[in-house]
Write a protein that binds this ligand. Sequence first.
Ligand code: CP
Length: 318
Amino acid sequence: MTNWKGRDLLGLRDLSRIEIDQVIACTLEYAKGDPQLNEYLLKGKTLLSAFFQPSTRTRLSHEAAMTQLGGRVIGFGDPKMTRAGDFYQESIRDTFGMLEHYADVIVMRHYERGAPHEAAKWSRVPIINAGDGWGEHPTQVLTDLSTVVSKKGAIDGLHFMLVGDGRMRTMHSICYALAKYEARVTFISPSELTIPSVDLDDIQALGGEVEFADDVHDVLPDADVIYMEPVVQADYSASRVERSGDVGITEEAYKINLAKLQKLAKPDAMVLHSLPRMDELATDVDSSKYAAYWDEAAMGVHLKKALLQLILTDGENR
Ligand code: CP
């Protein structure tokens, strides 16, 4: 059994298959369990949310998990109201060297790739990376893989079709994770949004193989997991991007709708999307047998409970 207590979760590149399996197993225990059983598990513990970029799901699912396990939550979702976001531009070093005194664990989202790794240098309490720029998004992908295992029983042997922006942090984390399994990965995006070579090199260094295709129509018949991200999306290296004017539309080659799934997909194929979505995933999929993204959203709370249990306790969950 791996000892998670007191550890940071900065990315999936550095986690072993055993460690990923352990988180998934703990998450699935929460998914099937009675929430009342764990309601005092983290009594007396405090989670601090430090979100330097907008979030709906990741921050609130961490906070929901902590409160449902009897813990407390403090933090901020708008860095403009902190000294890191005003005239002083307080450094990560000074900010996290101080925040460590306020909580037992810190969940952090930041627009700079590597910012959680920097924070972890200055914080003696564990840092959970909730998404860093175009870097990684480990909690999202652990949620996604837990959803896959809950529906398919395993990751080995599955064909993952990844569609969207290859700069995206979820794409990096899922490729790092899948490199540790016997899974087939096919990536589809416009050529200008392919996986950057620096990230592809890292994935390949872990033993991961990524095939490339041009159109979802070509891969759908063989895909077990259809993993969608927006093609039209915000710049994740910015602290905030307002919507203004025409945001563009996604080409048909990168879009999924119910008609395509019914015509081309395996009957038991599952569609995942970390959300928010743009026009790449049609709403007519939502109530179909293919849609697994609502289960994925619910799994997000179970995953955060598992992580907080592993990081803040000796492993017991009762
Ligand atoms: N999936 C995800 O990271 O969503 P949020 O940006 O709302 O946290």
